[in-house]
Write a protein that binds this ligand. Structure first.
Ligand code: CAA
Length: 387
């Protein structure tokens, strides 16, 4: 695949069939439970690992499946169609490890990527802090050099899969006077002394995926765990998001597809005024609009995935930043509209937990917020266009 050809190949179609079969059989039946109990779906994780769908992007040289960016999108899409919380397993494994793929030493990659590929460890990404959300460069977490070690102190917030992940890419300030150029990236392990986690956030959606603070108190780590050179951590963090905002777009597409598919099935069965409600033109127009918005967002996402793949292989792709923000923004806005309309199409039933569309509507909301709010995405796009 290259930046000019982003249509799924025959292999991509076969991959979609395989992951959809797994999602229908093993993931969808557990989605309501993960939402209701707010427990991480370990059984789903095991099933994803058994089929090698938990971190498909890890290159073959590190023991992974070596799937391209579009394949990763398809896996995340199909898992999210069944369960948005579970789709954060492949998505966050990618988010945590792209900083390594982009910037880390061979030593770090050889050490940390194989356990992820084998399904023995998950990998989260820790950029945000309580006072540094959209303005990520204003972070306060400090990493101070001490001999051949760094000592980290600070609190990272909104960390997806915190506590269940073994490894964390943590951005911290090494040179306070240098602003964004004084931030460095590190690998921190859950078992490092001084690492602890905040209480699970009580969220509107994606309840099966824990979101917690990662608290760092005098965490002493060897200097070889710095990702890239000192002061390059913020660039690595933003370059990572250029690749992974595409995966959030994929998650949004999957949630929206799940809601659309469910609503289509429902309107063909549900009878009012003596006929299936699918025969009413007002509802037909809603269904048509939902599918149109979804397909437009999907094409943009696949184009962004092609650019991500080319950039990952060293090509200069000047518009990757624009495309990844555009895809994330378009797909998440579409998902919010589509899931809201799906609830509408099911009427009172759609508003209850007896049916999955209200969960999908709640899950869709986060895709407009994380990995940069859609206001930040619009700012990023405008900066690219105006510079
Ligand atoms: N790739 C590489 N480098 C980049 C870059 C990119 N896409 N964009 C900017 N940079 C570089 C700039 O060139 C600059 O470096 P130099 O000074 O050497 O030129 C440096 O980064 C700082 O750039 P800016 O001055 O543009 O930075 P800024 O402070 O104005 O912020 C921002 C830019 C776009 C607003 C950024 O802060 C941002 O994206 N904010 C949103 C944060 C975000 O997405 N957080 C989500 C966290 S992940 C998550 O949600 C958790 C989860 O678990 C799911």
């Amino acid at each position: 695949m290259d930046a000019e050809s982003y249509q799924p190949s025959e292999e991509h179609q076969m991959l979609r069939e395989a992951i959809r079969a797994l999602a229908d059989e093993k993931i969808a039946p557990r989605a309501a439970e993960a939402d209701e109990t707010e427990e991480f779906p370990w059984e789903v994780y095991k099933d994803l690992v058994a089929s090698d769908f938990h971190a498909v992007h890890v290159p073959e040289e590190y023991g992974g499946a070596g799937a391209d960016a579009l394949a990763a999108v398809i896996v995340i899409e199909e898992v999210a169609r069944a369960c948005a919380s579970s789709s954060l397993i492949p998505a966050v494994n990618k988010l945590g490890t792209v900083p390594l793929l982009l910037s880390a030493s061979e030593e770090i990659k050889q050490h940390y990527l194989p356990p992820v590929a084998r399904g023995e460890a998950m990998f989260s990404y820790a950029l945000s802090e309580p006072e540094a959300g959209s303005d990520a460069a204003s972070m306060k977490t400090r990493a101070v050099k001490d001999g051949d070690h760094y000592v980290l102190n600070g609190t990272k917030m909104w960390i997806t899969n915190a506590g269940v992940s073994e490894y964390y890419t943590v951005m911290a300030v090494t040179e306070p006077s240098a602003g964004a150029r004084g931030i460095s990236a590190f690998v921190v392990e859950k078992s490092d002394e001084g690492v602890s986690f905040g209480a699970k956030e009580k969220k509107l959606g994606i309840k099966g995926s824990p979101t917690r603070q990662v608290i760092l108190e005098n965490v002493r780590i060897p200097e070889w765990r710095m990702i890239g050179a000192p002061g390059t951590g913020f660039k690595t963090a933003l370059a990572t998001l250029d690749h992974t905002r595409v995966t959030i777009a994929a998650q949004a597409l999957g949630i929206a597809q799940g809601a659309l598919d469910y609503a289509i099935g429902y309107v063909k069965e549900r009878k009012q005024f003596g006929k299936p409600i699918a025969e009413f033109q007002g509802l037909q127009f809603m269904i048509a609009d939902m599918a149109m918005k979804l397909e437009a967002a999907r094409q943009l996402t696949y184009a962004a995935a092609a650019k991500s793949e080319a950039a990952m292989h060293g090509a200069t792709v000047k518009d990757l930043t624009f495309f990844s923000s555009a895809a994330k923004c378009a797909a998440s806005d579409a998902a919010m509209e589509i899931t809201t309309d799906a609830v509408q199409l099911l009427g009172g039933y759609g508003y209850t937990r007896e049916y999955p569309v209200e969960r999908m509507m709640r899950d869709a909301k986060i895709t407009q917020i994380y990995e940069g709010t859609n206001q930040i995405q619009r700012m990023v796009m405008a900066r690219q266009l105006l510079k």
